[in-house]
Design a protein around this ligand. Sequence first.
Ligand code: ZN
Length: 245
Amino acid sequence: MASTPSSQSAGAVASPSTQSTPPGPGSETPRKFAASEIVALFVGKKRKKFEIRKDLLIAKSTYFQAALAADWEEGKSNEVYWDDEDVEAVSVFVDWLYGRDVAVLGLTASSLLFCYDLAHKRGIVSFKNDVMNAFRKWHADGNFGCNPILIQHSNGRGLSDTPLHDCILRSVVEGMVKRPNEFLEREDLATRLDRTSENSDSSRQIIDGILRYLSAPWPNPHYEKGSCYHDHPDGKACETEKCNK
Ligand SMILES: [Zn+2]
């Protein structure tokens, strides 16, 4: 079986494993593959197979630039194994690679969180930012924006230092302080809050957020101007015009 470079820890932009050092993005090593080559990506325990153009993967992801370099097993075999990834999230990623807007797929907040997790772990920054756009649009389209359980899910997936987590937390806190009756009167939200409180990180973040909000209130992050909650590694310009972060 091919030896996939290890997943990155939370917050890291993907680069190849430090165990060995194959040529990375920007390397002078000439590429020996043609644009038309196909990579077979096997996902999950049942190894669902996705066939993807190699040039697309390399153009969109520093992770694949490294993983598909000629010195890696994957670069020779054109086979990549992602046993631990979510099949639906990878399906969205493949759709996105071929030009589909994530925001029009009608995904739930939980599904978007899975997609964001995939993009974050694999260092696929453009996908990550487009998932973020879809997440904000999901709420702006009228879906309920104060689901505290999302904070716990985000913490559980190691996303606590990401812009997505910041957006979720600010949304929950803004809703709790400005519309407390929604939490007091809706049994489903009370249940979710109970479940969130079982996680000490989530509880501490909510309490800290409430104190920060009372000190300096913020607008609902889904409508907030001037920030798109994107990642802009290395100071690269954002492809989204309205983003001025
Ligand atoms: Zn941006």
